[in-house]
Design a protein around this ligand. Structure first.
Ligand SMILES: NC(=O)c1ccc[n+]([C@@H]2O[C@H](COP(=O)([O-])OP(=O)(O)OC[C@H]3O[C@@H](n4cnc5c(N)ncnc54)[C@H](OP(=O)(O)O)[C@@H]3O)[C@@H](O)[C@H]2O)c1
Length: 295
């Protein structure tokens, strides 16, 4: 299903949290019939589950298949995915019903008990930060999703992506840890690098509150250039210019804690500069200036 239109059959979302309910909002807007279950207890306070009748069915902690079921989305915390998969695998659910999970770190092996029972299994991981159960649907609009699985599982994942107006990024079998590490580099480690940059600015005498927007704007420009040109053409700065003197000056002033990080990233940057056509003599000079220590 890639046309974004309503698909037949009900989708059961296990895990009425930030991702589960936000995907539910998107699927409801796309015309899907929905049921939710969780650990039991009180009905979550959410517009999809309010009203008479509510837009989505609430099933408490039940693992019995709802009528008209066409797919299951497991949106529980990573630590609970295997346990929920095991409970679904031993429940009385038609084996042709596909099951996908929304974890970024876990691969399809987390749904092994379901696969062994005969269910098509897969994954649909939003590359987005979802902090709220209602507004999260806006975060998901147009987002990229890492998708895994074949046949009916892929079709279910793509139905979810289409409901969000998103883009599917198919992941090769066994590739999930690398896909997730890529997301960590692009998001979490970009934040960590900006924190290092802020500390250096403060050490140079600039207030953090002035440094922060200036560095964020610099980073945003670099990211926009990567998006438009690719990393090799987007690289600027001393390594891209082959300016080994500046690299030596930086290294001489950096603390012993930060210097290895500077050099490690400098070597990644140098590979890009080489790809962009930096002349071999300058590449050698910059490589020497970066030193050979590792963190
Ligand atoms: N939030 C994000 O930005 C984001 C982005 C991409 C992917 N993901 C992935 O999406 C999944 C869900 O994350 P989330 O942020 O939506 O988590 P969350 O807000 O904590 O929601 C998890 C939901 O699952 C329920 N749950 C926990 N254990 C359960 C069990 N054994 N059986 C049934 N329901 C259970 C929780 O109920 P209780 O409240 O009762 O514990 C809660 O309603 C994770 O795999 C996460 O890695 C999250």
């Amino acid at each position: 299903m890639t046309d974004g239109g309503p698909a037949p059959g009900l989708i059961w979302i296990v895990g009425p949290g930030r991702v589960g309910l936000s995907l539910g909002v998107a699927l409801h807007r796309a015309g899907a019939a929905l049921a939710f279950s969780g650990r039991g207890g009180a009905i979550p306070n959410h517009p999809l589950l309010e009203g008479d009748p509510p837009a989505a069915r609430w099933r408490g902690g039940s693992f019995a298949a709802p009528a008209g079921l066409s797919g299951i989305v497991v949106a529980v915390p990573d630590r609970a995915v295997r346990e929920v998969a095991g409970r679904l695998a031993s429940a009385d659910i038609d084996r042709s019903v596909p099951v996908v999970h929304t974890s970024g770190a876990l691969g399809m092996e987390a749904l092994e008990s379901l696969r062994a029972a005969g269910h098509p299994v897969g994954g649909v991981h939003p590359l987005a930060a979802v902090a709220d159960t209602v507004d999260g649907a806006d975060r998901l609009r147009g987002a990229a999703f890492g998708v895994e699985g074949e046949g009916l599982a892929r079709a279910l994942a793509e139905r979810v992506v289409a409901a969000c107006g998103g883009v599917a990024l198919p992941i090769r079998g066994g590739g999930k840890p690398l896909y997730h590490a890529a997301a960590v580099f692009a998001s979490n480690y970009a934040v960590a690098l900006l924190a290092v940059a802020e500390r250096l600015m403060e050490a140079a005498g600039v207030d953090a509150e002035d440094a922060r927007p200036a560095l964020a704007a610099l980073a945003e420009g670099a990211v926009a250039n990567v998006r438009a040109l690719g990393p090799a053409a987007a690289l600027t700065g001393p390594v891209a210019r082959g300016d080994d003197e500046t690299v030596r000056l930086h290294r001489a002033r950096l603390s012993a804690g930060v210097r290895p990080l500077y050099s490690l990233l400098g070597r990644e940057a140098l590979a890009l500069a080489e790809r962009a056509g930096l002349d071999p003599a300058a590449v050698d000079r910059v490589r020497a200036a970066l030193g050979d220590e590792t963190p």
